[in-house]
Design a protein around this ligand. Sequence first.
Ligand code: SF4
Length: 420
Amino acid sequence: MSSSNNPIPSGPLARRASRRVLVQHGERKIWVGGDAPVVVQSMTNTDTADAVATAIQIKELARAGSELVRLTVDRPESAAAVPYIRDQLDKMGIDVPLVGDFHYNGHTLLTEYPECAAALSKYRINPGNVGKGAKRDTQFAQMIEVAAKYDKPVRIGVNWGSLDQALLARIMDENAARDNPWTAQAVMYEALITSAIENAVRAEELGLARDKIILSCKVSGVQDLIAVYRALSKRCDYPLHLGLTEAGMGSKGIVASTAALSVLLQEGIGDTIRISLTPEPGGDRTKEVVVGQEILQTMGLRKFTPMVIACPGCGRTTSTVFQELADDIQSYLREQMPEWKKTFPGVEAMNVAVMGCIVNGPGESKHANIGISLPGTGESPAAPVFVDGQKVATLRGDNIVSEFQAIVLDYVQKNYSKAA
Ligand code: SF4
């Protein structure tokens, strides 16, 4: 994105070269890595054995824009439910590829529930949770053999909360033998990276094609994640799944994830992202999808939904009308997108400005595709509307929200219809 003619270069560094991995369900193909756009994925928090609740949540996540959805497969009842969930989604026209998350008993579930193994489009294996001692290699091999048999890609997903203890002990022994031993932090980083790469190499030796492997090394600290992925990205060309594990709740989870992922994405590192937010009680699971999309869109890496530019408000704003209008318009645009992206291609690049007074309002409104500047303190109770920089209307009264929404819809129909 940077230009040699620009004396002040902007934009992210070139994406790191990686292999491309195809994750597919039927006709739906999601490429991860190579020159494919960074993929947004999410994970359910329903009991997978509750097939109806899980299918409903997957539908919601997919409609919000999740391009892959992971679900835990933790026991026989969950494995038995997976093909039923897949079937229900297909009947609802939801073709999002599903990823099965396996720990400890994945070798048994994938072997004893072949319909589950076939219904999933990708498996996630945590090499620290495969088994202990001699069983570990056998159980890992069983899962990889199922993946190879069904031609499914695998994410080797290392997590520092469940790091392979035997491997960690080996790396610590190697460190103790050094003339200048590394810090405990450096040893931990090395153990995470080594676990991911050694297990990927082992998977290839077991017959899984190289272009079927994605890696992740999740940690919960921002600086740790950046350090680990910078090093990991230099040592392999597998596509990388980025995410801060246990990011937390509310603004903390969003800020920590954004801080970590933005640095890495700006450096061209990362092929798919998941934002691991702890939902508020009764909160909406789709928030993790929205946050992931907004990170990519605000960085200029992808476009998903028309963006609303709104001023923060200040002592000049006389009412909450402009806050409500900004919120209503953003919600309206997001709700329309599942349909609009089919009927109005390109609409995701549209900008809408909602400003609280005339100080910056008209200027910002003119830069957007559509902008409205609401009256501030002491200003006449009128809201000028700008379309492509030209003032086209002045709204007054109690119906400003619905009238502005109608202007937005009219603009979309005129400018983004396939025939336009
Ligand atoms: S545009 Fe007006 S209301 Fe909004 S922050 Fe600026 S001065 Fe305040």
